[in-house]
Design a protein around this ligand. Structure first.
Ligand SMILES: Cc1ncc(COP(=O)(O)O)c(C=O)c1O
Length: 397
């Protein structure tokens, strides 16, 4: 009845909405559903950060801020990100946004013309292709496999670059695979990017959550690649602040200024109270971050060990973030009490209906052979969910 824009018509609704809605309805009906689909820490925001927000409200820090964020937070976060990576950023090289998601969107809007190609490694975070399409760009998907630990090789990258390529999106640690690029691997990719003078959006929202390989930012690997990199970071995963909606983009001042112009006409500025709380989060003791990381690591080890011992499943060891990404394709075509499993969507639907475990089907991430299980939930839930998944798999014919 209403004519919607061509752009919005090119954007797909999330395939997992149906599963999430079904899981929520089952929970409301009193069923014992275990959610393994969460994309956020299960911890509460640390008390000192919450207290800072209360102070900000009481002090009347409740008005518009500059579009790119408060000068204090820009200065503090630019310094923090630079220090962690061994590089330097000035305050005019950072824009504060409503979460990492808006940072990615602002940068795409600032850089991509209609028809421009953006290279996205798969499995990918669900929003990249949709955001690229929403600004008129063309996602070019680079398939990776467990054999190369779900990482793009320099040869793959080189082959994918065309005259229309505008940007490469890199996500390390990766959602959904947990892949973390080593310094050497990033060096090789940086060489290709510098040679072709291709910009890279480096999504580093999980930078604090690495377990075996130390975190490296591609921006830190020399002056040439530094100039071609825009980092996206966020308070969300590091400080258990997903609902506060504070993220940032850091990179060349010209690109950041363009992103700030866009933001000034869209959301105006990120939430003032959350910006103040974020400033305090950065300036205070960081030990809560390490406590959360260690707990995620404990759950990760348990989960991967259990999954690797299950029939029909293979699982690479995730090195970062808080997801396991087991391969379930061997179950496809098999039956569960007479019902045939068709793809990751079918697998997750049956798992939810019969064993009441909510997982995200791999098709959502451009990788139908897999499912994503989050370990951002209690150890008790993880144990119970894995028992149920094992029971489910043992009943397949
Ligand atoms: C890879 C990746 N990038 C960006 C984001 C967005 O984070 P935020 O909640 O700060 O918008 C997420 C959130 O799930 C993510 O997984």
């Amino acid at each position: 009845m209403y004519r919607l824009s061509d752009r919005v018509c090119s954007i797909q609704e999330s395939a997992t909405m149906a599963i999430s809605a079904r899981a929520a309805a089952m929970k409301r009906a009193g069923e014992d559903v275990i959610a393994m689909a969460a994309g956020e820490p299960d911890f509460a925001t640390p008390a000192h950060i919450a207290a800072a927000a209360k102070q900000a409200i009481d002090a009347g820090f409740t008005r518009y801020t500059p579009a790119a964020g408060t000068p204090e937070l820009r200065a503090a976060w630019a310094e923090h990100i630079g220090k962690q990576r061994g590089i330097t950023y000035r305050p005019d090289q950072i824009i504060i946004t409503a979460g990492g998601k808006q940072a990615v969107w602002n940068i795409l809007y600032a850089l991509v013309n209609p028809g421009d190609e953006v290279i996205i490694p798969a499995p990918y975070w669900v929003s990249y292709p949709e955001q690229v399409r929403s600004v008129g760009g063309v996602p070019v998907i680079l398939e990776t496999t467990p054999e190369e630990e779900f990482k793009v090789t320099p040869e793959m990258l080189r082959r994918a670059i065309t005259a229309r390529t505008r940007l490469f999106i890199l996500n390390s640690p990766c959602n959904p695979t947990g892949a973390v690029y080593t310094r050497d691997e990033l060096m090789e990719l940086a060489e290709v990017l510098v040679e072709r003078q291709l910009l890279v959006l480096s999504d580093e929202v999980y930078d604090a959550l690495v377990y075996e390989v130390p975190f490296t930012s591609i921006a830190s690997l020399g002056e040439d690649i530094y100039r071609l990199t825009v980092i996206v970071a966020a308070m969300s995963k590091t400080y258990a602040m997903t609902g506060w909606r504070i993220g940032c983009a850091v990179g060349p001042a010209e690109i950041i200024a363009a992103a700030a112009r866009i933001q000034s006409h869209s959301t105006s500025n990120p939430n003032s109270v959350a910006q103040y709380a974020s400033l305090i989060a950065l300036q205070s003791d960081q030990s809560t971050v390490e406590v959360m990381r260690q707990e995620f690591d404990r759950r990760r080890r348990y989960m991967v060990e259990r999954l690797q011992a299950m029939p029909f499943i293979t699982c690479t060891r995730p090195q970062g973030a808080f997801y396991a990404f087991p391969r379930i394709a061997e179950t496809f075509g098999r039956t569960y009490h007479g019902e045939r499993i068709e793809g990751s969507m079918g697998f997750c639907r049956l798992l939810l209906e019969h064993e009441k475990v909510a997982a995200v089907p791999g098709c959502e991430f451009g990788a139908d052979a897999y499912m994503r299980l989050s370990y951002a939930t209690s150890m008790e839930n993880i144990q119970k969910a894995l028992d149920r998944i094992e029971r489910f798999l043992k009943q397949l014919d």
